[in-house]
Ligand binder design. Structure first.
Ligand SMILES: [Zn+2]
Length: 199
């Protein structure tokens, strides 16, 4: 079971209070984010619970690459919560990405964020409208909020002076696994994610 490092002494020693609060906040963050699992090649594979990552470490299937600020507790165990672990054996992942993007896949890739205004996205927009020959492919679909989608209508971006922050492309494998609405990668994951999100 995972719980914050509780200090019954915090009340008696107020000087420690700020630190305890910081630890609790940090613990909460790592708990929400889970642990990033890297392949032996350091390619991000998926996100698992901290508990699952600890099991991977204890069974010798993975090594710790980075730790979060929380602490993992069990009856007989106490160790820094792993935030990034790397598998010791290479796992071959068959690419099964459909050329026809699913709604969920687009939201996962774009993190439920409107590409035009960075608000919360609830709709899928075809950058080149379907009525003007746009295809339903990864390079032509983006997550958009209802407002932007409606304002854009069936016009081309250059007609209304809008720009895409990045060229839409098929998502990296890790983007489709383990990330849920509202989740943000833990800061310790960042060295591992951009390398592959750009590929
Ligand atoms: Zn928008």
């Amino acid at each position: 079971m995972i719980r914050p490092r509780h200090r019954t002494t915090v009340q008696q020693y107020p000087g420690h209070r700020a630190r305890a609060d910081a630890e609790r906040a940090a613990h909460h963050q790592s708990y929400v984010s889970g642990s990033l699992v890297l392949n032996q090649s350091y390619e991000p594979l998926c996100v698992v619970s901290v508990k699952r990552a600890v099991v991977l470490l204890l069974t010798g299937k993975a090594e710790a690459v980075a730790t979060g600020e929380g602490v993992f507790h069990s009856e007989s165990l106490r160790l820094p919560a792993p935030s990034v672990v790397r598998l010791k054996r290479y796992v071959r992942i068959p690419r099964q990405l459909s050329s026809s993007p699913s709604r969920r896949g687009v939201f996962l890739r774009d993190d439920w964020t409107c590409v035009y205004c960075a608000g919360t996205a609830e709709t899928i927009d075809h950058v080149i409208p379907r009525s003007r020959g746009g295809t339903h492919t990864w390079d032509n679909v983006v997550a958009a909020c209802a407002d932007c989608n409606q304002r854009k209508g069936s016009r081309m971006l250059q007609e209304i002076g809008w720009h895409l922050p990045r060229r839409p492309k098929p998502p990296a494998h890790w983007q489709l696994r383990g990330f849920r609405t509202g989740r943000r990668p833990h800061p310790t994951w960042e060295p591992w994610l951009p390398r592959f999100s750009e590929s």
